[in-house]
Design a protein around this ligand. Structure first.
Ligand code: CO
Length: 157
């Protein structure tokens, strides 16, 4: 495993669309391992490949040490319901957090590191993380989705 350099907001790679993986081989497994090490070193709860400069549709999510780690290749949202406004941050946007509207439930299909099809259903924080990381694969940073009304309300209080 190797630590990779993080890309930060302003780096044009973060606004590009990532390419699907056509073959889940050792290269992809190495990429996943590097992403895990990099995410852990920054105490993040999720990371998408473009954040380390790799335009491939690969994301990882681990909400806390005790939680399951999701390693998702070519993730696709199949269903989403509800909405709630949650506080959110991103390793590529250091020292900031903002309110963003996310679904309360999402169902995602993806391949795992063995190339097997998996379905992940997430509510609340997991739904939020799934949407946040999949947005990265489409060149979208959460700061483009800030709920300004919520932010203003906070400042007033
Ligand atoms: Co992020």
């Amino acid at each position: 495993m190797a630590l990779r350099n993080l890309r930060y907001i302003g780096d044009p790679i973060l606004n590009k669309i990532s390419r699907p993986i056509t073959q889940v081989d050792d290269k992809i497994k190495n990429l996943l391992d590097d992403m895990i090490e990099t995410m852990r070193s920054k105490e993040g709860v999720g990371l998408a490949a473009p954040q380390i400069g790799v335009l491939k549709r690969v994301v990882i999510i681990q909400l806390s040490d005790e939680d399951v780690r999701y390693e998702l290749i070519n993730p696709e949202i199949l269903e989403q319901t509800g909405e709630e406004v949650l506080h959110e941050g991103c390793l590529s946007v250091p020292d900031e957090s903002h309110f963003v509207k996310r679904p309360t439930f999402v169902k995602v299909k993806a391949l795992d590191r063995n190339g097997d099809l998996i379905i992940v259903e997430g509510t609340e924080r997991l739904a939020q993380a799934l949407c946040h990381e999949i947005d990265h694969l489409n060149g979208i940073l959460y700061v483009s989705k800030i709920e300004e009304d919520y932010e203003e309300e906070l400042e007033e209080n």
